[in-house]
Design a protein around this ligand. Structure first.
Ligand SMILES: Nc1ncnc2c1ncn2[C@@H]1O[C@H](COP(=O)(O)OP(=O)(O)OP(=O)(O)O)[C@@H](O)[C@H]1O
Ligand SMILES: [Mg+2]
Length: 260
């Protein structure tokens, strides 16, 4: 899908001492099958950007077009048919007291609400097994297990499986491996990019890991104080180094210091 944002503005605590411009009139065009990595210091506005796209947060002003259709006034549930999201916290996005199969049924109903029943038929079980087996943790053999008994990494893989069960038009990943140990993080990251490639998905991924930002995707954005301060295409990104990115952070921080 294509995503197009114009003048996206979101302020928190407007008119108070704590006023924060989390999105400062963002203009952004994402092409079909783009995989955009987003970096930026804490509080730069990365999560707010994703929240505005999903509809979890309303914009003060500005437009968001998905495949040319204005969605900025659509409720979150309506956009959920097109957009899937995996957050940083493995405890979010999955239901601990339900089994893996039940969680996947809910994901199925969420992304394909019309004409679907909650029943767990053979065909559905096979689909669930297929999607889980792609991640290589053996979770396809544990469909009847309660999710609350899984480790954080296993839950995060389930959250990812739920997000890509019916390939979304847009996949949003917000530091989705940050809470995992290095080995599991690498596994989940590899599985993520397999799912993106297999589904031909368009995706936005937020990370604080500069090496990941350089290794993955075909475009790199750096945010700072609610703005996009760096936008590298695939070629520029391929030429970028971790040290180069860190130096750009420094420039952004210095600017911020001068402003305040
Ligand atoms: N619900 C909220 N209420 C008040 N202020 C908020 C809220 N959400 C975000 N903010 C503010 O908006 C700004 C952007 O926050 P955001 O969470 O988008 O940053 P981020 O780039 O995702 O940071 P991090 O890397 O720490 O996740 C920050 O100044 C933050 O304090
Ligand atoms: Mg964030």
């Amino acid at each position: 899908m294509t995503l197009s944002m114009r003048g996206a503005l979101r302020t928190f605590n407007r008119g108070t001492e704590d006023e924060r411009i989390a999105l400062d009139r963002i203009d952004l065009d994402v092409a079909e099958r783009d995989v955009v990595v987003i970096i930026g210091s804490n509080g730069a506005g990365k999560s707010t950007l994703l929240n505005a796209i999903t509809g979890q947060l309303a914009l003060d002003s500005g437009t968001i077009l998905i495949d040319g259709e204005a969605v900025e006034r659509q409720p979150e549930q309506r956009r959920a048919r097109l957009i899937a999201r995996v957050a940083q916290d493995p405890m979010r996005g999955t239901f601990p007291t339900l089994t893996l199969a039940e969680n996947l049924v809910l994901a199925d109903l969420r992304s394909r609400p019309r004409g679907l029943r909650p029943a767990l038929g053979r065909a559905r079980v096979e689909r669930f097994e297929a999607v889980l087996s792609r991640f290589g943790l053996g979770l396809e053999k544990r469909l009847g297990t309660r999710v609350g008994t899984l480790s954080g990494g296993q839950r995060q893989v389930l959250a990812l499986a739920m997000a890509v069960l019916n390939p979304p038009r847009l996949l949003l990943l917000d530091e989705h491996t940050a809470a995992l140990d290095p080995r599991t993080a690498a596994l989940v990251m590899a599985a993520t990019f397999r799912a993106i490639a297999d589904g031909g998905l368009t995706a936005l991924m937020v990370t604080h890991n500069m090496q990941q930002a350089i290794d993955h995707g075909n475009r790199l954005l750096m945010m700072d104080a609610g703005r996009i301060v760096l936008d590298l295409d695939a070629e520029q990104k391929a030429a970028m180094t971790v040290a180069g990115l860190v130096a750009r952070f420094q420039v952004a921080d210095d600017k911020l210091l001068l402003q305040t």
